[in-house]
Design a protein around this ligand. Structure first.
Ligand SMILES: Nc1nc2c(ncn2[C@@H]2O[C@H](COP(=O)(O)OP(=O)(O)OP(=O)(O)O)[C@@H](O)[C@H]2O)c(=O)[nH]1
Ligand SMILES: [Mg+2]
Length: 295
């Protein structure tokens, strides 16, 4: 290959629900990571790799920056910390409809030392154009050293500006990953995530925050993939809610998740779900490790 080649780690940070995972999917042009209208959807650092002629951008989606209340949160923030350590560029995503103080809080926690692109997301939520423009100016004044791009990750507004802005800052380096790699995570991992996503979609209140998914069997047969997974919750009462009347809710969850897994794997899927109660799993190192939350 001739000419310069650029490559680097472009790590996405921000408050919970800012739209980090939505943005990553949009940039990759693929539903790779799960998203939801509830906070704290992403629990792991997940790579999304974009390889094009002349450059490779290794994006990292990360959990939203939160205060630690459980060991699970501690593990989530360790994932953010690891992304802080190897970032070449930070994509800082902020929901423009949220107070500016939220972003300041995130910045105080992260203490970013690498070049930052500040993406003011969800501009579609601000109806009044002049209010939007004044708000953007306020952010630019507060962060004069950062490039500020107002976007809507949901509608795709201005998102075509993100990659050129990244390329202005991306170091010259050879590719880190083979060009057919899209992520560092296994199919099994993403299958677990697609099941977890439906828990965020279907259940209210605290259920998603008490739930973990463990894919314990993943068998590729000639015309079908057979998947067995446990959904772990903290309390018997949560198991009852998860199952629903005569098992109606878990049945729906299974149907929804299977459809998404079939699309993802491009294969017919047989999915079996089992609900298990593990009291205080979010504070238990052994369980956290078993469910994939080790650091
Ligand atoms: N209106 C609007 N909604 C958006 C936009 N971007 C994301 N959302 C919505 O915001 C919610 C949160 O999006 P996510 O991508 O899951 O947010 P996140 O930052 O990854 O959240 P965590 O993983 O919990 O930290 C979802 O309901 C998205 O559809 C946007 O530009 N406009
Ligand atoms: Mg996310």
């Amino acid at each position: 290959m001739t000419g310069k080649h650029q490559a680097g780690f472009v790590n996405i940070f921000g408050a919970p629900n800012a739209g980090k995972s939505t943005l990553l999917n949009l940039l990759l042009g693929e539903q790779l990571v799960i998203t939801s209208h509830k906070v704290q959807t992403t629990r792991h650092r997940i790579l999304g790799i974009m390889t094009e002629p002349g450059y490779q951008i290794v994006f990292s989606d990360t959990p939203g920056v939160i205060d630690i209340k459980y060991k699970l949160h501690e593990k989530m923030m360790q994932q953010v910390k690891s992304a802080l350590e190897d970032a070449d560029i930070a994509l800082l995503v902020h929901d423009i409809s949220r107070p500016i103080e939220e972003l300041i809080g995130v910045c105080n926690t992260l203490k970013l030392t690498v070049p930052v692109l500040l993406l003011l997301n969800k501009i579609d939520k601000v109806e009044d154009q002049s209010t939007l423009e004044t708000t953007i100016t306020d952010y630019k004044k507060l962060f004069p050293n950062w490039e500020v791009i107002p976007i809507s990750a949901k509608k795709g507004t201005n998102t075509e500006l993100v990659i050129p802005a990244v390329l202005k800052l991306l170091p010259e380096a050879p590719a880190y990953y083979p060009d057919d790699n899209i992520s560092d995570r296994s199919e099994r991992f993403f299958v677990g995530e697609l099941i977890r996503e439906q828990i965020y979609v279907l259940y209210e209140e605290e259920i998603p925050y008490h739930a973990a998914v463990l894919v314990h069997s993943f068998e590729t047969k000639p015309h079908i993939t057979v998947i067995k997974a446990d959904i772990i919750v903290s309390r018997e009462s949560q198991k009852v809610i998860l199952l629903g009347k005569a098992g109606s809710m878990i049945k729906q969850l299974g149907i929804n998740a299977r459809q998404n897994i079939e699309k993802f794997l491009d294969s017919k899927v047989h999915l079996e779900l089992f609900v298990k109660v593990r009291p205080k799993w979010r504070d238990n190192d052994t369980f956290l490790k078993e469910y994939g939350y080790s650091s």
